[in-house]
Design a protein around this ligand. Structure first.
Ligand code: PBE
Length: 279
C-alpha cells in the first residue's frame, strides 16, 4: 500500500477560488491525495509559488496569464489564448491542464438604483459619455486593489474608453466589499467578476465591454511541471471535474457561499456527490 501523496493547492482571495480549491482537494482525496490548501493569495504570489514548487497546483484564468503575466497585447480568442498560455507557461514550469467551461471575466456594474436613474447606460462607452456630462453627483468607482495594478486592469481600461474618473473618485477595496458598496448604492459603478454569485440577487446591471478590452478568462487547473512528472495521472483525473464547471454552474456555487452563506467545503462536497465525482 502506497502512502498518500501530498498536494499543496493555492487559492486567491475571492470565493470562487476557495470553492475550486475545496473541489480539487475533496475530489482528489479518494484517489490517494492528501491536500493542503493555502489561501488568501494575490494572483502573482500564487502563480510564482506554483512555478517555483512551493505550491503544486492553482486554478488560473487564461487572460490573467496572457495579459498580466506574459504581457501579450495581441487580442486572441478563447482557444488561441488557451493554446498560447499553455505554450508560453510550459517554458517556465507551469503546465495548463484541460480547461473548465467557464469564463470569469471582469465587468463594470451599476447599482440597481443607479441603473434605474440612468436608463441610457448599457455599455462602457455609454458610461464614458455619461461621465463627461457636467454636474453629475456621485461618480465613485469601486474596484479591488489588484485590478488597480494589473496590466489587464484599470489603466488600460481608462485609456481604452477615455473614462474621466479623477484619482479621488477611485475607491480601492477588498474584492468582496465592491459588492457591498454596489448593493448599498454607495458608488456609481463597480468592478465585478462575471461568475460572482451576487450579481443577480443584488440587481446589478452589467455593462457591455463594447470595445472588447478584456480578454477571455477561462479557468483551468495549472500544475507545477516537476509535480506533474511525479503524478502524471492528474491530467486525466482532473478533466471530468473541470469539464463540469460552466458559467451558470460556477455562479450558482459562488451564490451558495456569498448569498446563502453555506461554507465552501459544504458546497464543494455537495456538488461532487451530486455529480457522482465522489462516492
Ligand atoms: N479574473 C476575474 C481575476 C479575478 C476575477 C479571473 C479575471 C483573476 O483572478 O485573475
Amino acid at each position: 500500500t502506497s502512502q498518500a501523496a501530498e498536494i499543496r493547492i493555492g487559492a486567491k482571495v475571492f470565493t470562487e477560488q476557495v470553492i475550486l480549491s475545496e473541489l480539487t482537494a475533496q475530489y482528489l482525496k479518494p484517489h490517494g491525495y492528501q491536500s493542503r490548501i493555502v489561501g488568501n493569495l494575490g494572483s502573482t504570489i500564487a502563480w510564482n509559488a506554483m512555478k517555483s514548487g512551493q505550491l503544486d497546483i492553482t486554478w488560473e484564468y487564461t487572460g490573467t496569464s496572457l495579459v498580466a503575466y506574459n504581457k501579450v497585447t495581441e487580442r486572441l480568442d478563447k482557444e488561441a489564448a488557451y493554446q498560447r498560455v499553455k505554450e508560453l507557461d510550459a517554458k517556465s514550469g507551469a503546465i495548463w491542464l484541460a480547461p473548465s467551461r467557464f469564463n470569469n471575466t471582469y465587468a463594470l456594474a451599476l447599482p440597481e438604483k443607479v441603473a434605474e436613474e440612468n436608463p441610457d447606460i448599457h455599455t462602457i462607452s455609454d458610461l464614458a459619455e455619461a461621465l463627461k456630462k457636467p454636474g453629475k453627483g456621485n461618480r465613485l468607482l469601486a474596484l479591488d486593489i489588484e485590478f488597480a495594478n494589473r496590466s489587464d486592469g484599470l489603466d488600460g481600461l481608462v485609456k481604452e474608453y477615455g473614462l474621466t474618473f479623477t484619482r479621488n473618485e477611485i475607491r480601492q477595496m477588498d474584492p468582496g466589499l465592491v459588492y457591498t458598496a454596489l448593493r448599498n448604492g454607495q458608488v456609481f459603478v463597480g468592478l465585478v467578476y462575471t461568475t460572482d454569485g451576487r450579481l443577480d440577487s443584488f440587481g446589478l446591471r452589467l455593462l457591455e465591454d463594447d470595445r472588447k478590452y478584456f480578454p477571455d478568462y477561462t479557468a483551468a487547473p495549472v500544475v507545477n511541471a516537476d509535480y506533474l512528472k511525479q503524478h502524471p495521472e492528474l491530467e486525466a483525473l482532473l478533466k471530468p471535474l473541470a469539464e463540469r464547471l460552466d458559467d451558470a454552474t460556477m455562479r450558482r456555487l459562488n451564490a451558495r457561499v456569498d448569498v446563502d452563506r453555506e461554507t465552501p467545503a459544504a458546497v464543494a462536497a455537495d456538488f461532487l456527490r451530486q455529480e457522482k465525482l465522489i462516492g
